[in-house]
Design a protein around this ligand. Sequence first.
Ligand SMILES: [Zn+2]
Length: 45
Amino acid sequence: MVSRICPHCNATWYSADAEGVWICPECGAEIPSQEEKKEDKKEVK
Ligand SMILES: [Zn+2]
């Protein structure tokens, strides 16, 4: 089970389909694969 956030309406969706493009049921926007959030790892020391 993976979760994705729609880039259009910011709704969070869950599906077992980890591959491919989802179609947001809310706004119909395509939600591309977001395998890993590329967030800058800011080390707080
Ligand atoms: Zn949406």
